[in-house]
Design a protein around this ligand. Structure first.
Ligand SMILES: Nc1ncnc2c1ncn2[C@@H]1O[C@H](COP(=O)(O)OP(=O)(O)O)[C@@H](O)[C@H]1O
Ligand SMILES: [Mg+2]
Length: 267
């Protein structure tokens, strides 16, 4: 099946001469949960913004549903791609339900009137993210973790075929982190693919179908493939520039990663 998003040979720099990504190729296919991992500042968010069509590459191509990303309007992109950035700072008060309904914007008509179907989708997304009890709360009154789940509900309400999420579990407790990853795994389907940037390599290894590992000084992809093929000591150590140990998760058998503290690595 054709990928939902295909990026080929893309380079990007925010400032002239400071290349963040160099000739990077990546794709998101329907049916997969793709994990994008790597050390701080290596370009994970940049890669996700390029895949979302929010940033344009200096060279190379990004195709969304077989169309050149640069040729699509914001609304056209939003019908295929749901993008949740790393930080969202709303500046005005809004009821949680209204924030989730905002996610319907690519589907509502010219006057922005919500149909019963739009409201049903919003209700379903609140249920899926376990935020129904928050529906009448003011978004600004929520905790960081509650906000993240509501934002996920909002982007889900867009019903995108490609869902791109930048660290959606970063301020969640461990229980909700696992719940969100399990939910994302359930949400992938024959039509829908999901890419998630995360700094939690263990969760990525446990839940993702495929991993893209970016490197500290690689300006791009160090390795790409299944979690067991990518999350290995040599590849992770190269990507992170640190001595990484990999063992097996006692319950799931998936890669379990730990890093030596400076004193330990000298032993
Ligand atoms: N808006 C920006 N302007 C200038 N430099 C940026 C901007 N956003 C990110 N960068 C730089 O680009 C590099 C990659 O950043 P980013 O993609 O956010 O990394 P990651 O998500 O892996 O932490 C970093 O060196 C960062 O400082
Ligand atoms: Mg980032």
């Amino acid at each position: 099946m054709n990928p939902l998003i295909e990026m080929s040979g893309c380079s990007f720099a925010y400032e002239p001469g400071k290349t963040v990504l160099e000739r990077v190729s990546a794709r998101l296919a329907p049916g997969e949960l793709l994990g994008i991992v790597g050390p701080n500042g290596c370009g994970k968010s940049t890669l996700l913004r390029l895949l979302a069509g929010v940033l344009r590459p200096i060279s190379g191509h990004v195709r969304i549903a077989d169309k050149e990303a640069a040729s699509l309007s914001q609304l056209q992109r939003a019908r295929t791609v749901g993008f949740l950035p790393q930080t969202v700072n709303p500046i005005f008060a809004m009821r949680v339900l209204d924030a989730v309904c905002l996610g319907r914007f690519p589907h509502v008509g010219a006057f922005g009137t919500l149909s019963p179907h739009d409201r049903a989708v919003a209700d379903r997304c609140l249920t899926e993210t376990e935020t129904e009890s928050l529906r009448d709360r003011d978004f600004l009154s929520l905790s960081g973790g509650e906000r993240q789940r509501v934002l996920l509900a909002s982007v889900l309400a867009q019903e995108p075929r490609a869902l791109l999420l930048d660290e959606p579990t970063s301020s969640l407790d461990v229980h909700h982190q696992i719940e969100i990853f399990a939910l994302l795994r359930d949400l992938r389907s024959a039509e829908r693919g999901i890419a998630v940037v995360t700094h939690d390599i263990n969760l990525a290894g446990r839940f993702c179908d495929r991993i893209v590992l970016l490197g500290q000084s690689a300006r791009g992809v160090v390795a790409e493939g299944s979690p067991v093929d990518v999350l290995t000591e040599p590849l992770l150590s190269k990507a992170y520039g640190a001595q990484i140990r990999v063992c097996q998760h006692p319950l799931t058998g998936t890669p379990l990663i730990t890093v030596d503290a400076p004193a330990e690595s000298k032993r």
